[in-house]
Design a protein around this ligand. Structure first.
Ligand code: OAD
Length: 236
């Protein structure tokens, strides 16, 4: 087994205390997407959008990686071939667990972006519509996250990776948001074996060759131990 591409979603961070989007009590049951996660919402009420992301940034800053994040970092370190992690998550829990080169296709809560000049920098804990861009001075600062109606980041690079993996795994994602929902069928068409690890079958479960159902903190360490041919990874 040479190249492994892994897509993660909110389910991998659920056991670190960060809410998922579409489960009961999830983020989109308490906030309407059109109020907080579109360019139009930001144009209408930037203060409200900043407050939503400031709260999520504070919550994410207090979270710790769980056994699933740690197992993927161990896989990256121990697997003799390439292991690419693409995440839809805007938290930094893969990096906190030790993963390197993580592709954040929906951006990062910890980063800020100037909508006027495109400059990016580390976000302050609380952002506000009054913030000035450190590069150009414009008061057009936004969280460096991808909103509905915008293009995900680094898609060309991701599609290159999906053209040649031996194994593709999707972990903790409902398969309801595109283009990520189409990655398994892309990888399968390129010849990869596709595994879904999730609490329940996703909306695109039929695109996978194998399904493992249950909590990521239990199943991911078990899956990684199998790939590395040992029993040394324990869930916690
Ligand atoms: P969702 O909330 O849509 O799906 C999370 C999935 O994780 C569900 O299928 C759950 O069953 C599963 N899950 C929950 N807890 C789990 C656990 N402990 N172990 C394993 N699986 C678990 O989140 P995403 O699929 O990540 O985009 O959502 C994709 C995108 O939609 C997000 O990146 C975000 C959102 O709107 C933007 O904001 C642009």
């Amino acid at each position: 087994m040479e190249k492994i591409v892994i897509l993660t979603g909110a389910g991998i961070s659920a056991e670190s205390g960060l809410g998922t989007f579409r489960d009961a009590g999830g983020i989109w049951s308490e906030n309407r997407i059109e109020d907080v996660a579109t360019p139009e919402a930001f144009a209408r009420d930037a203060d409200r959008v900043h407050r939503f992301y400031n709260a999520r940034r504070a919550q994410a800053a207090g979270a710790c990686p769980n056994a699933a994040h740690r197992a993927l970092a161990r896989l990256q370190a121990a697997h003799p071939g390439e292991v690419v992690i693409v995440t839809q998550n805007v938290d930094a829990l893969h990096e906190a667990a030790g993963s390197r080169g993580v592709i954040h296709m929906h951006g990062e809560l910890a980063r800020a972006l100037c909508a006027a000049c495109g400059h990016r920098w580390n976000a302050a804990p609380d952002m506000s519509p009054l913030d000035a861009c450190p590069a150009c001075g414009a008061r057009a600062c936004r969280p460096d996250v991808v909103w509905f109606g915008e293009m995900p980041c680094r898609m060309e690079e991701i599609l290159d990776h999906l053209a040649g993996p031996d194994l593709f795994a999707a972990i903790g994602t409902s398969g309801q948001v595109w283009p990520a929902a189409g990655f398994a069928s892309e990888a399968a068409a390129a010849g990869a074996h596709c595994v879904e690890i999730n609490l329940e079958p996703s909306a695109v479960a039929s695109d996978f060759h194998e399904a493992r159902q249950g909590r990521a903190s239990h199943l991911v360490p078990e899956w990684v131990a199998g790939l590395l041919g040992d029993a040394g990874v324990q869930s916690s």
